[in-house]
Design a protein around this ligand. Sequence first.
Ligand SMILES: *Cc1c(COP(=O)(O)O)cnc(C)c1O
Length: 221
Amino acid sequence: MTVAENLHAIRQKLPDKVKLVAVSKTYPANVLMEAYHAGQRIFGENRVQEMVEKYAQMPADVQWHLIGHLQKNKVKYIAPFVSMIHAIDSTELLQVVNREAAKAQRTIPCLIQIHIAQEESKFGFSYPEAKEFFLNKPFSSLENIRIAGLMGMASLTDNPDQVRQEFKKLASFFNEVKSGPMHTETGFTELSMGMSSDYPIAIDQGATIIRVGSAIFKSSR
Ligand SMILES: *Cc1c(COP(=O)(O)O)cnc(C)c1O
């Protein structure tokens, strides 16, 4: 299967309102261009330097989503062009994004990463931390970011029931926040969950953005 065929196959399974981020990390720009020519415009990268390099190589109408852990000292490199940041895991990071976005005279949509997997991980808010975050709203004075929704990564497991439970819980928390503390924020709309191995489950559970890499690009190796 070519990259274009993989993309078409995935798009056929996507409800209209679900956006596909083509996760292109580790693949060179010529492979990304195969997806671009097949109509793909949203690309996801997990490393700042790699994203900056590809931004320079790819057409200007590509929307770049930073999906991986972001270090505060690297925000400045992507603030001028990034379309969405998926993995905000602290208020401090949000403040840095706000400052760099202001310098670039932009407003950057950001997703709050919630730690939903069983594995130990340094990254993402726990549910209790996230609850407190949305009650206290330490972002209410930050004018150059928009809290656009939530992001999560399920456990690395072969058990689809566990993955389903983790996505279900995240979706229910999303709806709770959306109708509760964020009910006046019309821009709080996105739920980013699901990758190559589990995106059909994520769509079932209410994902509005899926992040798919290997299922699109692997055959190009
Ligand atoms: C790599 C990555 C993906 C895509 O993973 P695939 O299994 O290749 O689809 C999605 N989200 C994040 C945060 C990633 O780092």
